[in-house]
Design a protein around this ligand. Structure first.
Ligand code: CO
Length: 196
């Protein structure tokens, strides 16, 4: 059974043991596009990825399943080299600000202006803390196929744009620390805004 077949079994719950870590070669591959229309298997996979994010943000479930909290997950992190990602952004009151599974996402337009998180980024596939600004585009326009097999074009900015770019990087074999300035991790280059 391969990784995809395993995680789409009925009642399967993704936990940290399904995640692969830096050093694993799949994290450095360019993932393959999925065929249109998206198969029912891959639609189910998307739902299971989203369930993982929901569990990871739910205090009780996260404790029970020993999950690290995550706002995004990309298929390569499960050793599945396909262009699929899930994003779930919510606040402390559990209001959901953005929830989407994306198949074959592609940035078609982006700003010149860059933005970064003030404390840098982390990743479920990276166990150590790596500090420094991770510059991202402040605004992106993304084209993708959604869980209803519809092509979508949406604009994202600020935190949502940052998360999208972090996850999209996973589909291209890129990890967040690749973007950190090695000599001066906290340097602020031109056009870089710091998101508080
Ligand atoms: Co990551």
């Amino acid at each position: 059974m391969n990784a995809l077949e395993r995680v789409i079994q009925d009642d399967y719950v993704i936990t940290m043991k399904d995640i692969i870590y830096e050093g694993h070669k799949t994290l450095r591959l360019v993932a393959k596009e999925v065929k249109k229309p998206i198969t029912s298997e891959l639609l189910k996979f998307g739902e299971i990825m989203m369930t993982f994010l929901k569990n990871s943000q739910d205090q009780k479930m996260a404790e029970k399943l020993k999950l690290r909290g995550g706002v995004g997950l990309a298929a390569p992190q499960l050793n599945i080299s396909k262009r699929v990602l899930a994003i779930l952004i919510s606040d402390e009151e559990k209001n959901i600000h953005f929830e989407e599974v994306m198949y074959n996402p592609k940035i078609i337009v982006h700003s010149v202006q860059e933005i970064c998180l003030k404390d840098g980024e982390g990743c479920l596939s990276v166990k150590r803390e790596i500090l420094g600004f991770v510059p991202r585009y402040k605004r992106v326009t993304v084209k993708y196929i959604n869980c209803n097999n519809e092509e979508q074009i949406i604009r994202l900015k600020d935190h949502k744009a940052i998360v999208l770019q972090h996850e999209l990087d996973h589909l291209n074999g890129v990890l967040f620390f690749d973007h950190i300035n090695k000599k001066d991790p906290w340097s602020i280059r031109k056009n870089l805004e710091i998101l508080e």
